[in-house]
Design a protein around this ligand. Structure first.
Ligand code: 13P
Length: 262
């Protein structure tokens, strides 16, 4: 069976609306529409509406980087999943920058995952340990807590729309950017699937898409994408440069074709 990849560009808090438009313009020229690679762009909120008008929807899907779990109300400054439901297919939830800089708790992230699903948006749930947790040998405990809490309000039908991104904090370029070994990533992705299996059974665990994120660029992407259990990548810094991001998407397409040939 052909493997299908999801390659998501997390632009974080970067680019003006004009710069975002130019980046998409370049990507539209350099990227073909591949049937085996789903390309998702996650710009900041203000760029979503203009990019929704601009993009070729055969080539790109949109994601928000965050949203608030209440559907509406007196929450000044927040954007709800309800407001995003016809604009994006995905929302990144629980990114480590939100957990660490904005003190997002396990329970808040659980509520955001549920709000995404309730609004027909697929959450890309980010999980991963810090360098200190890794040194203390707490990686599995951290992943266990993050996954079981985040998924605890979902039904087995809901879980089909969830994507999990394994992003060890120590491997994110702006947190030190130590390169994770693909063999280690494989182990943690397997552990993530085992947690999903405990909650929703083996079939759900095999089906759920698990991405890798952390210093993925045009050179490192292949090593992670070749892992049997890895369904794609969540790319930060390298997604801001069209030639780098294009090469990552092309790598996914190449690996998908090779897996088809096997
Ligand atoms: P980098 O690719 O810059 O390491 O960022 C990873 C990330 O946080 C994506 O969400």
């Amino acid at each position: 069976m052909t493997k299908e990849y999801l390659i998501a560009a997390n632009w974080k808090m970067n680019l003006t609306t004009h710069e975002a438009s130019i980046l998409v313009h370049h990507l539209e020229k350099s990227l073909k529409a591949y049937r085996d690679v789903e390309v998702v762009l996650a710009p900041s909120f203000v760029h979503l509406q203009p990019l929704h008008q601009q993009i070729d929807h055969r080539k790109f899907r949109l994601a928000a980087q965050n949203a608030y779990h209440k559907d509406s109300g007196a929450f000044t400054g927040e954007v709800s999943f309800t407001m995003l439901r016809h604009l994006v297919q995905y929302v990144i939830v629980g990114h480590s920058e939100r957990r660490l800089y904005f003190n997002e708790s396990l329970e808040l992230i659980r509520d955001k995952v549920a709000a995404a699903v309730r609004n027909d948006i697929s959450p890309i749930l980010c999980v991963g340990e810090t360098q200190q947790e890794r040194r203390l040998g707490e990686t599995k405990q951290v992943l266990h807590d993050q996954i079981t809490t985040a998924l605890s309000n979902l039904t087995s039908e809901d879980i089909e729309n969830v994507v999990i991104a394994y992003e060890p904090v120590w491997a994110i370029s702006t947190f030190g950017g130590e390169l994770a070994k693909p063999a280690d990533v494989q182990k943690e992705i397997n552990f993530i699937r085992s947690q999903v299996a405990e909650l929703y059974g083996k079939a759900a665990a095999e089906k759920i898409r698990v991405l890798y994120g952390g210093s993925v660029d045009q050179h490192t992407a292949r090593g992670y994408l070749e892992l049997k259990e890895c369904n794609g990548a969540l790319v930060g810094g390298a997604s801001l440069q069209h030639h780098k991001f294009t090469r990552i998407v092309e790598a996914a397409h190449a690996v998908a074709r090779e897996s088809h040939g096997q």
